[in-house]
Design a protein around this ligand. Structure first.
Ligand SMILES: Nc1ncnc2c1ncn2[C@@H]1O[C@H](COP(=O)(O)OP(=O)(O)OP(=O)(O)O)[C@@H](O)[C@H]1O
Length: 261
């Protein structure tokens, strides 16, 4: 059950945005990479962010995660203004990020990678890996089942395919139970035969783990199938927002992709 339908929350609370940007602007010298962009992601949603190359998608993500500080505008995480917070503090407040390239530890087993992902602030890493408690082990099993990697728990992560490493990284992100997970081109570099599975894995996490998801994606079939809603950027500006169907039929969006203004 998604949090949006959880019975204990009032309608007002469940409607509250998990993530909101208000007029976010980021300039690099004379170039305005992101211009006055508003987005609002609600609890339980899967939202896509698309746009032609150089549209400002990564820059907007970087402003949200605290990798960059916006020149103007605010970023709110669960109603709290996190605009000037450092990256690690924003991450601890419940924002996960998955990058295009994988960042798993190739020499460690799949399970140890997951255990490391559970590490909090001052935890003793050696102890965590040698004597993980039962609840942590159960959690790693649960997440490995999710992404069909249970049979590879004791395999060195570096021996797996790129797609499998990406799935491991996805499970690692879920380990810390983020309120919202930002994914940078999850379908990038994934074998086409695995794409349908990836859609299922992301959907399952969204439903079962109650993870809200905001993803940049160039693969249109993928994003149109998985997203509840889509924002479109072009030249740093938000040019459209709507359901996949609305976006596919939006002339402004088609023109932006064809380079017509
Ligand atoms: N650190 C930087 N310094 C200078 N210019 C930058 C920097 N980062 C991004 N840009 C510029 O800002 C604009 C937006 O880039 P950004 O990477 O956010 O676009 P994008 O939509 O993510 O593109 P892509 O789909 O190609 O990854 C581009 O013109 C890019 O060259």
């Amino acid at each position: 059950m998604s949090k949006a339908t959880a019975g204990t929350e009032t309608a007002v609370e469940s409607d509250r945005a998990v993530l909101r940007t208000d007029g976010v602007t980021k300039r690099f010298g004379g170039l305005t990479a992101v211009s006055d962009v508003n987005v609002e992601i609600h609890r339980g949603e899967i939202v896509g962010l698309i746009g032609p190359n150089g549209a400002g998608k990564s820059t907007l993500f970087n402003c949200i995660t605290g990798t960059l500080t916006p020149d103007e505008g605010q970023v709110y995480l669960q109603g709290e203004d996190v605009t000037d917070w450092p990256e690690h503090k924003i991450a601890r407040a419940g924002l996960g990020r998955m990058f295009q390239e994988t960042r798993v530890f190739g020499d460690m087993t799949v399970r140890k990678n997951l255990l490391l992902a559970a590490q909090e602030g001052g935890a003793d890493v050696g102890n965590l890996l040698r004597r993980p408690d039962d609840s942590l082990l159960a959690r790693t099993d649960e997440l490995l089942d999710y992404v069909d990697l249970a049979g590879l728990a004791d395999t060195r992560a570096g021996r797996m395919s790129f797609g499998q490493q990406k799935l491991l990284e996805f499970a690692m992100e879920l380990m810390s139970e983020p309120e919202i997970l930002l994914m940078d081109e999850p379908a990038g570099g994934i074998n086409p035969s695995m794409l349908e599975n990836l859609i299922d894995y992301i959907r399952n996490a969204n439903e079962d783990e109650e993870t809200t998801i905001f993803l940049i994606e160039h693969n249109m079939d993928f994003v149109m199938e998985i997203a509840d809603r889509i924002y479109v950027l072009a030249h740093g500006e938000r040019i459209a927002e709507g359901t996949p169907e609305e976006i596919q039929n939006d002339q402004t969006v088609l023109d932006a992709y064809l380079g017509r203004e």
